[in-house]
Design a protein around this ligand. Structure first.
Ligand code: C2E
Ligand code: MG
Ligand code: MG
Ligand code: MG
Length: 291
């Protein structure tokens, strides 16, 4: 005990730690202004349907262009947003902006296009307490099926009535649900049984070293077979190489997302990329060029 106390006191005066705490506080203060200052923006990564080679789905990924520090990764600022509760207004903005962008995507690429939005545990749990989901208001006239929500198993862990209720409300609206980072948690399998999930996203850690004959190949195959037997579709994330793609295709994976096809890009670039990928020529949606 004395030792722990001593260590704690030592840390209080540790200049490196103090610096980290200060930076985190700064970051939280900056983030508070970032939404109104227009520093947050969205990028989109296409999710390719393997059998048809078509793209009708993209993941929405948040970016922060800090005036001094430049681009800050969501891996760094999402945890700060979670701790401070800022994730709620930020998440609301992400949802509303992606629905606005979805109108552009559907006009340019067809009205079955779907956006897939990430939700962190605190967002999901908070929303679960609302009678009317935020999604409903944001979607307006658009069909629920034009939205997919990506969640991780950590928020299903408590499986409280409120969480189950939220799940049912989303399902009733036709909103789809993906289980993100699949296979990395303690009990991913249990949640497949407990919740009516549309997609699992095989985590990048299984894809990274994916090669014929590897244990990752066995694991990916098993996840895909199991998901399919349960009526769940499979998306592999972080696919960078042709070999990874080949192994996943052989295993019957439904969708591929990764740098091999396309990195996350801004909206106009997504439209452009999908058109090129589909082999359809024509200008990117936007104002006509000046004569
Ligand atoms: P995630 O949902 O698992 O997103 C996939 C991450 O993998 C993204 O990182 C994406 O840029 C990256 N990625 C995609 N393809 C490849 C690839 O081929 N190779 C490699 N090395 N990486 C690839 P990103 O954009 O930095 O986002 C990190 C995490 O931050 C996300 O992980 C998600 O958990 C969270 N996040 C991002 N946007 C939002 C948001 O709007 N709301 C919430 N709550 N979380 C978000
Ligand atoms: Mg995701
Ligand atoms: Mg993921
Ligand atoms: Mg992941």
């Amino acid at each position: 005990q004395a030792k722990a106390l001593g260590r704690g006191r030592h840390e209080d005066y540790n200049p490196v730690l103090q610096q980290m705490v200060r930076e985190r506080r700064h970051l939280a203060a900056d983030l508070r202004r970032a939404v109104d200052a227009g520093e947050l923006f969205l990028v989109y990564q296409p999710i390719v349907h393997l059998a048809s080679q078509r793209v009708h789905k993209a993941e929405v990924l948040l970016r922060w262009k800090h005036p001094q520090r430049g681009l800050i990764s969501p891996a760094e600022f999402i945890p700060v947003a979670e701790e401070t509760g800022l994730i709620l207004p930020i998440g609301q903005w992400v949802l509303e902006q992606s629905v606005r962008d979805l109108a552009v995507l559907r006009a340019a690429l067809g009205d079955t296009f779907q956006v897939s939005v990430n939700k962190s545990p605190r967002q999901f749990l908070n929303d679960a307490r609302l009678a009317v989901p935020r999604e409903k208001a944001a979607l307006g006239e658009l069909a629920g099926s034009s939205l997919c929500v990506e969640i991780t198993e950590s928020m299903l862990m408590e499986a409280s009535p409120a969480v189950k209720d939220k799940f049912m409300q989303l399902r009733d609206m036709g909103v789809q649900v993906s289980l993100d980072d699949f296979g990395t948690g303690y009990s991913s399998l249990a949640y497949l049984k407990m919740f009516d999930i549309d997609y699992i996203k095989i985590d990048r850690s299984f894809v990274k070293n994916l090669a014929p004959g590897s244990s990752d190949q066995v694991l990916c195959e098993a996840m895909i077979v199991m998901a399919h037997r349960l009526g769940v579709k499979v998306i592999a994330e972080g696919v960078e190489e042709a070999q990874q793609l080949a192994v996943l295709a052989e295993a019957g994976c439904d969708y591929i997302q990764g740098f091999h096809f396309c990195p996350p890009v801004v909206l106009a670039e997504l439209v452009d990329w999908v058109r090129r990928h589909h082999g359809v020529s024509g200008p990117v949606a936007g104002p006509a060029p000046a004569p």
